[in-house]
Design a protein around this ligand. Structure first.
Ligand code: SF4
Length: 228
């Protein structure tokens, strides 16, 4: 397993203010103040493993001996032999500070800064994988992002990455939640086309949407009307 313990994050006050729609007078000062609080509390780390596709069923794929039940993942791995199960976290410092904040808005902003930092940390992992394994394009899927790949399969992912807690202090609870909460997990794979689970997810209101829902594509994948 590979561990990335020193992930550099470039958190820019202007970018954060724009993502959080903070455009009123005084917002830029507030962003800078919150960023000053947040930055030392963010400790981004990642762990991943080089894993191999053993065999494929119609609606499942076997990776390193683990059967992952997802028609979409199976289709995405049609021509793929090597994949990268991963967990990324920014630690629990920022979420503790957000939990302790009395002011609702401050809580919200700190939490949102955490989400931005977590996305950047995952992007760092993606760039690391592209550079190290010479891929020009990669995509990822996460258990629970679509009904097609149930959240219960987090357990398999964590079994595949045995030792996550010791390595980067992320644990999976019996309710399948990761702690620290600002953690993400999934499987990265090389691809020739752009793929986001959001393209197959018709959920109407989602702040995390990365691509438009594509009903035709959902039909091609053999799923329709699924939400996470
Ligand atoms: S649209 Fe939202 S809920 Fe649906 S897959 Fe994307 S991030 Fe998840």
């Amino acid at each position: 397993m590979e561990i990335l313990k020193k992930i550099p994050l470039n958190l820019d006050a202007k970018e954060i203010a724009s993502k959080l729609h903070m455009q009123r007078t005084g917002d830029s000062d507030l962003t800078r103040t919150l960023l000053k609080i947040a930055q030392p509390l963010i400790t981004p780390k990642a762990i991943y493993k080089v894993a191999y596709v053993d065999k494929k069923a119609e609606d499942a794929v076997f990776i390193n001996g683990f059967r992952l039940q997802s028609r979409v993942l199976r289709k995405n791995l049609d021509n793929v032999g090597r994949v990268f199960p991963y967990v990324v976290t920014i630690g629990d410092g920022l979420e503790k500070s957000a939990d302790a904040a009395d002011d609702f808005l401050e809580k919200y902003y700190l939490d949102s800064i955490g989400n931005i930092a977590l996305t950047k940390a995952r992007n760092h992992l993606e760039n690391h994988l592209k550079a190290k394994f010479a891929y020009s394009k990669m995509a990822f899927m996460a258990p629970g992002s679509l009904e097609d790949w149930p959240l219960t399969e987090q357990k398999l992912l964590f079994s595949m990455l045995d030792g996550v807690e010791e390595a980067i202090s992320v644990r999976l609870s019996e309710y399948l939640l990761m702690f620290p909460r600002k953690s993400v997990s999934g499987v990265y794979f090389p691809t020739e086309t752009t793929f986001y689970s959001c393209q197959l997810c018709p959920r109407k209101r989602c702040g995390g949407r990365k691509a438009r829902y594509d009903e035709k594509l959902a039909q091609e994948y053999g799923i329709r009307g699924e939400t996470s």
